[in-house]
Design a binder for this molecule. Structure first.
Ligand SMILES: [Zn+2]
Length: 386
């Protein structure tokens, strides 16, 4: 199949033809295209979200692999990486295999999965997983030390010390995030950093980093809907993260964490933390590009190129031999809302955006046409070409 349009290629936007099956085969100036995109549409590498809680299995009442990945393509994301704190948790060889099978059957995006820390790690390390998620409570476990020392795969850290899990939320401050950075070493990625100083510290220690839109944009933790871990920080911290941190971080991630309306209606102290926003990150960042506030090179790096490098996969670029995963965007005012997720309420609802996703192609097939999501079959990107 040939597509033609204004595409981001080798650091600039130019009118190009791209030929692909599952992978990109050829890029040239002219062709007889099967699909020609309009002048106001922009073809970029499909986004890669390295922090998504897909739920599924026994938590399918919150979200399933099909609903989470449908929401992802609606938001311009072509590859997601799934967190292991499911029910049952993904931390044994058997459960890793079952989890991969669940994604093989239902994922509408390319995918990778993380295992939880585990004493079965020598066996799990042989499987096609993206790496290991380290939660705060894991920092005191022997098996975490063994993984940090012996596994070559990525370790992705939720940066808070275990104490953060037991204190009143008002005491769950930035220093608990900072302290956790000294407890890990090696090939570690620090996810959802909430402040510029901790971002700079993580980078100075040699770690890669990501930040989330909600830690920049949500106006404080006002209710259960905006309750998230680590907590939303004060106005100055959020503004610094947006104005400076966004230009210094390696990647943007959603930390999509769906819960039911009933769970989110529970008493504030009891309700589960988490915001569903896998579909927000890409239109948000390209809104900044269209408004002239962010360089397009930086947006593509934050959403596609750097996430691919962090996990170590051959994806995230429009280049021959890479997966044919594209997102097509145009400048158009749009007030954000979820569409295919089971979550219908987020603190980012009605957020004014300037970018709309018009098409998404995953593994060479049309996954989203601006209206509907199609049940195409994503693949385990770790097995594909890492
Ligand atoms: Zn998370």
């Amino acid at each position: 199949m040939w597509i033609k349009g204004n595409a981001y290629y080798l650091g600039e936007v130019s009118n190009l033809c791209i030929n692909f099956d599952r992978d990109i085969k050829d890029i040239r100036k002219s062709c007889k295209p099967d699909i020609e995109f309009k002048q106001d549409e922009l073809i970029v590498p499909a986004s890669i979200d390295i922090h998504v809680h897909v739920r599924g299995a026994q938590l399918s009442y919150k979200e399933t692999v099909a609903t989470a990945t449908s929401e992802a393509v609606y938001g311009g994301v072509g590859t997601i990486f799934d967190m292991p704190n499911t029910l049952p948790p993904v931390n044994t060889k058997q459960r890793v295999i079952e989890r991969l099978r669940e994604f093989d059957l239902y994922s509408r995006t390319d995918f990778g999965i993380y295992s939880g820390v585990t004493n079965e790690f020598t066996e799990i390390d042989q499987l096609p997983i993206a790496g290991y998620k380290i939660f705060p409570e894991d920092l005191e476990k022997e098996e975490t030390k063994a993984i940090l020392e012996n596994s070559k795969k990525l370790k992705i850290l939720h940066p808070e010390i275990p104490l953060a899990l037991t204190v009143d939320r008002r005491l769950r401050t930035k220093w608990m995030e900072m302290a956790s950075l000294y407890l890990v070493k090696g090939r570690v990625h620090i996810t959802h950093i909430t402040s510029l100083d901790n971002l700079r510290l993580a980078k100075s220690l040699g770690f890669s980093t990501d930040i989330t839109p909600h830690h920049m944009l949500v106006e404080g933790e006002r209710d259960c809907l905006s309750k998230v871990n680590p907590p939303i920080r004060d106005y100055k911290t959020r503004l610094e993260l947006l104005l400076i941190g966004l230009h210094e971080t390696d990647a943007l991630a959603s930390d999509h964490a769906p819960h039911t309306k009933k769970e989110k209606s529970m008493h504030y102290e009891l309700c589960p933390p988490g915001i569903a926003a896998v579909s927000f990150t890409t239109p948000f960042l390209y809104s900044l590009v269209f408004k002239g506030l962010l360089d397009i090179n930086k947006a593509v790096k934050l959403l596609a190129e750097n996430p691919a490098k962090i996990v170590g996969i051959k994806s995230g670029f429009i280049k021959e031999g890479f997966p044919a995963n594209f997102t097509v965007i145009k400048r158009e005012p749009w007030r954000y809302s979820t569409k295919f997720s089971k979550v219908t309420e987020t603190p980012l609802d009605l957020y004014p955006l300037e970018a709309k996703i018009t098409h998404v192609i995953v593994e060479g097939k049309l996954a989203y046409d601006g209206k509907d999501v199609y049940p195409i079959k994503g693949v385990n990107i770790i097995g594909k070409g890492s």
